[in-house]
Design a protein around this ligand. Structure first.
Ligand SMILES: Cc1cc2nc3c(=O)[nH]c(=O)nc-3n(C[C@H](O)[C@H](O)[C@H](O)COP(=O)(O)OP(=O)(O)OC[C@H]3O[C@@H](n4cnc5c(N)ncnc54)[C@H](O)[C@@H]3O)c2cc1C
Length: 176
């Protein structure tokens, strides 16, 4: 069974970002697992949806771009847009993972995590069992929506269930 120092679950913004940090820290045996593709949640965004924060430089923080997840990179410069769409942002994450040669394994669904008596964790995935000293959960919330979290929620549609707003029935929508 393959042994890792660190496994990151999720290759979204958090997973790819922390992967860059693990690489900078010279953590030897780590891998980033994703049930889908790199940036899978962003690929599921409704077609019209855009990042809210404009991609501009944040000099006070030393960041090239407020929407970047790694120093010296910028979705705005890479994509040529100030408010990236979901697909565009996923393109940025894929380009970054390729550029940094991050050890990403796609198509691996993590189904259960067990702590081991001697330390570390065992992960059940649909591709087999993996062991790791540390696990970083970066699986996000977008793919786990709580659709009954407030009274009246039954009258709403969560973004993750909409492919595009264009063509939806009715005239008025409030996004929040
Ligand atoms: C309309 C909108 C605009 C936004 N604008 C901005 C903005 O301008 N700037 C900004 O910084 N943020 C913005 N955000 C927030 C930002 O998109 C989220 O904070 C970010 O996507 C969260 O990233 P994540 O990596 O935590 O999760 P995700 O992007 O959801 O990534 C999680 C990954 O984990 C994988 N995964 C899940 N479960 C498993 C499992 N069991 N096994 C294996 N893999 C798994 C998924 O496939 C996915 O790829 C915006 C969000 C919305 C909705």
């Amino acid at each position: 069974m393959e042994q890792f120092d660190c496994l990151v679950v999720g290759a979204g913004a958090a997973g790819i970002g922390v992967g860059c940090v693990l690489q900078d820290l010279n953590i030897g045996r780590f891998s980033i697992l994703d049930r889908g593709t790199i940036g899978a949640s962003f690929r599921l965004w409704p077609k019209e949806m855009r990042m809210i924060t404009p991609s501009f430089t944040g000099n006070a923080y030393g960041l090239l771009d407020l929407n970047s997840i790694s120093l010296r990179t910028s979705p705005a410069y890479t994509l040529g847009t100030e408010h990236p769409s979901g697909d565009e942002y996923a393109d940025y994450l894929e380009a970054l993972a390729r550029y940094r040669k991050l050890p990403v394994q796609t198509g691996v669904d993590v189904q259960r995590i067990r702590p081991l008596d001697g330390g570390g964790f065992e992960l059940d995935t649909d591709q087999g069992v993996l062991r790791s000293r540390y696990v970083i959960w970066a699986a996000g919330e977008f793919q786990y929506p709580r659709t009954d979290s407030f009274p009246g929620a039954e009258y709403t549609v969560h973004n993750s269930q909409v492919q595009k707003w264009e063509g939806m029935p009715g005239d008025d929508y409030i996004c929040c």
